[in-house]
Design a protein around this ligand. Structure first.
Ligand SMILES: [Zn+2]
Length: 71
């Protein structure tokens, strides 16, 4: 199974015609494999654009970059 990190470093991008900030609108279900795709990450978009592919292996730590704050 292909991991998200196998596709390379994060490639943040902005989808066309969307200006919302609440995050959920950036996800869609892939018509091929049914997996949720984060449109903000071009790696995921490119992967799911392939005509024949399998779902990416879940990789929670690498999917979302969070700022935890310094103390
Ligand atoms: Zn897919």
């Amino acid at each position: 199974m292909t991991k998200l990190s196998d596709l390379g470093p994060p490639m943040p991008g902005m989808p066309h015609g969307k200006g919302k900030e609440n995050g959920q609108d950036y996800f869609y279900s892939c018509a091929t494999c049914g997996q949720k795709v984060d449109m903000r990450d071009f790696r995921q978009v490119m992967w799911h654009e392939k005509p024949d592919h399998e779902p990416l292996e879940p990789e929670p730590d690498a999917t979302v970059i969070e700022f935890t704050g310094k103390k």
